[in-house]
Design a protein around this ligand. Structure first.
Ligand code: KIV
Ligand code: NA
Length: 278
């Protein structure tokens, strides 16, 4: 496989080839995604929920994102790595936004950043794009604004809301975003936005008409995720059960002295033992 690029992702939209994206936060998960042939890996700030144990993405820091991004980048040979800019790291001055995005690229070794929001972040998207930092946008349900939105509600249900989301999507494309995540909205709205844009749309809880799909690693694989399986998530495996069973068996064998056995351990040469202990 050749490395996936922003140009390739755009071409996939044009050719009608769906784009597969999964989140990952460390080396082994990214390696497995790479081996599975996933097109792009998102180092999402969902890190806060599924890896760090917070109850939202808000406590996640830029340092957290840099640290996890580096681990993912080491495993991603061909998958395109995009890293979330966390809460409030792209709402200050353009200069501060550029510095923060630059850290994700230079220290985190990501190939692009992702930002949540509509027209209000268009200037930040434009500044990054002009500086050579590709930006993936994210509209609809935007978890960093969860306390403002007031819960995980389907977005764009009223005419007004739908109109605003379409305007946001167009403004973000205009500002230079290379792709846009559409989270938690009706099939009809995401289909319309997808048709109106020339950049790929990546859906999560946004129906089958997007140019690609993204899921959170732990949700999609049943890996000790707290999130009660939502309608929008499909669980493709239950790795949590496999890991728990393996750990139980290990703990039992230690308690019963059935591990380690001679084949797991090392014996001293006879003459050395004799010399030491007689
Ligand atoms: O943080 C994340 O995992 C995300 C995706 C759900 C789009 O932003
Ligand atoms: Na995110």
């Amino acid at each position: 496989r050749r490395p996936v690029t922003t140009a390739k992702l755009k071409k996939m939209k044009e050719e009608g080839t769906p784009i597969s994206i999964i989140t990952a936060y460390d080396y082994p998960s990214a390696r497995l995604a790479e081996e599975a042939g996933i097109d792009a890996i998102l180092v999402g700030d969902s890190l806060g929920n599924v890896v760090l144990g917070y109850d939202s993405t808000i406590p996640v820091t830029l340092d957290d994102m840099v640290y996890h991004s580096r681990a993912v980048a080491r495993a991603a040979q061909t998958a395109f790595v995009v890293t979330d800019l966390p809460f409030m790291t792209y709402h200050g001055s353009v200069d501060q936004t550029l510095r923060n995005a630059a850290r994700i690229m230079q220290e985190g070794c990501a190939k692009a950043v992702k930002m949540e929001g509509g027209t209000e972040i268009a200037a930040a998207v434009e500044a990054c794009t002009k500086a050579g930092i590709p930006v993936m946008a994210h509209i609809g349900l935007t978890p960093q604004s969860i306390h403002q939105i007031g819960g995980f509600k389907i977005q764009g249900k009223s005419t007004e809301q739908a109109k605003k989301l379409l305007e946001d999507a167009k403004a973000l494309e205009q500002a230079g975003a290379f792709a846009i995540v559409l989270e938690l909205m009706t099939d009809q709205l995401s289909e319309h936005i997808t048709a109106e844009l020339s950049i790929p749309t990546i859906g999560i809880g946004a129906g089958p008409h997007c140019d690609g799909q993204v899921l959170v690693f732990h949700d999609a694989l049943g890996y000790a995720s707290d999130i009660v399986p939502k309608r929008m998530v499909k669980e493709y495996a239950q790795v949590g059960n496999i890991i728990r069973e393996g750990l139980k068996q290990y703990a039992d064998e230690v308690k019963q002295r059935r591990f380690p056995l001679p084949e797991h351990s090392f014996q001293m040469e006879d003459q050395v033992a004799e010399f030491l202990y007689g």
